[in-house]
Design a protein around this ligand. Structure first.
Ligand code: 3PG
Ligand code: MG
Length: 403
């Protein structure tokens, strides 16, 4: 884990703290439909208030492309933020820099909280503009980054700003980095990676990195079809990247070199089309008819993954194992999640999952709380699984070196 300061290392009493959050939450008709990111941020705000700070919360929301747009206002987040803080009042500033922001922040006393309007209403945010970062820095004395899920963006409020003020990680950032580090940097072995999703092509870097780190790689989802096809197995009408066959064979060769055992489906659930409730059946791989599509892993494969998990001590999971949004093709993912939950509850397994679809699949199975850690991050989790340096994490490490 890169070294970074935490809330324990930094004096915030009587100070205005700029808190970079990721309040990029799903909103429908002006109502937040999933408040997870807001709820996971609350302990950081409570801690800062407990230490006598005034808290200035800033975030992006959506992709308004550098100009104000009411469709992308952070206002809908205010009510759930107040709720997450036990009903505490949260003020709102209609701009994140300039006069409106300065007035709102100037009125703030220790123990009070203000939410600034969307950072991406200004082009300087995504451009990582030093001027825009200075305008933000003028609003406070300390910078706390609690936005792990946006740490893959080299934007002004994440990168440049961290260089202008004493900077530390918030509690959520600390928890995310701790969990990810426990899963891949200093894991208890054996480590299993469970990787699913539609395409090998979008996860080539991820698969290469993971193969170098883990003892067992179990693959599901449509990306498994490409790997099966590359081994000469007929996949019928399944989603399959036929032009990736060479890349798939190279991955298998790399796994051999790195002593990473690859678990591919041995039985699959097939149907003539992807539709809810369509007649489906389970067949061994190698017996997929030409007019059929593979839509989920079968029970033998679930069992085989389960056996690998029973001897594992650490699991990192990204990607659903079947077309989980369309029942009955959610069964494989749900059954594996159940097994992961059992082993985690029994303290036999440390389980870490992340990525938008993965979290949706776990939520649909009602198993989010059964894993050791489920990341709030989508893209940032993926980039971290590719072994990439995340700008937000690098900025905190630089701040820690500065002292
Ligand atoms: C996310 O929701 O993944 C983060 O908030 C990043 O959002 P972005 O992809 O629009 O940069
Ligand atoms: Mg995104």
């Amino acid at each position: 884990m890169p070294d970074f300061l935490t809330l324990d290392d930094i004096d915030v009493r009587g100070k205005r703290v700029l808190l970079r959050a990721d309040l990029n939450v799903p909103v429908r008709d002006g109502v937040v439909t999933d408040a997870t990111r807001i709820e996971r941020l609350a302990p950081t705000i409570e801690t800062l208030i407990g230490k006598g700070a005034a808290v200035v919360v800033m975030s992006h929301f959506g992709r308004p492309d550098g100009k104000p747009d009411t469709k992308f206002s952070l206002r809908p987040v205010l009510a759930p933020l107040r709720r997450a803080l036990g009903g505490r009042e949260v003020a709102f500033a209609e701009d994140c820099v300039g006069e409106k922001a300065e007035r709102a922040v100037g009125a703030l006393r220790p123990g009070q909280v203000v939410l600034l309007e969307n950072l991406r209403f200004h082009p300087g945010e995504e451009a990582n503009s030093p001027d825009f970062a200075r305008a933000l820095a003028a609003l406070g004395e300390v910078y706390i980054d609690d936005a792990f899920s946006a740490a893959h963006r080299a934007h002004a409020s994440i990168a440049a700003l961290a260089g202008l003020l004493p900077a530390a990680a918030g509690k959520l950032m600390e928890a995310e980095l701790g969990a990810l580090s426990a899963a891949l940097e200093h894991p208890a072995r054996p480590v299993v990676a469970l990787v699913g999703g539609a395409k090998v092509s979008t996860k080539l870097d991820l698969l290469r990195f993971v193969i170098g780190k883990v003892d067992v790689l179990a693959i599901g989802g449509a990306m498994a079809n490409t790997l099966l096809f590359a081994q000469g197995i007929s996949v019928g009408r399944s989603l399959c990247e036929r032009d990736m066959a060479d890349g798939a064979r190279q991955l298998m060769a790399l796994a051999g070199e790195r002593n990473c055992r690859v678990v591919l489906p041995e039985d699959v659930v097939v149907a003539p089309e992807l539709a809810a409730g369509v007649a489906s059946r389970t067949v061994p791989v190698g017996a997929v008819a030409e007019d059929m599509m593979i839509l989920d892993i079968g029970p033998e494969t679930v069992k085989r993954i389960g056996v690998a998990l029973e001897t594992a001590r650490t699991l990192v999971w990204n990607g659903p194992l079947g077309a989980f949004e369309t029942p009955p093709f959610d069964h494989g993912t749900a059954a594996v999640a159940q097994k992961v939950g059992e082993l985690t509850r029994a303290k036999k397994l440390l389980s870490v999952a992340g990525g938008g679809d993965t979290v949706a699949a776990l939520a649909a199975a009602g198993l989010i709380d059964d894993l050791s850690y489920v990341s709030t991050a989508g893209g940032a989790f993926l980039e971290w699984l590719e072994g990439r340096q995340l700008p937000g994490v690098a900025a905190l490490a630089a701040a820690a070196r500065r002292g």
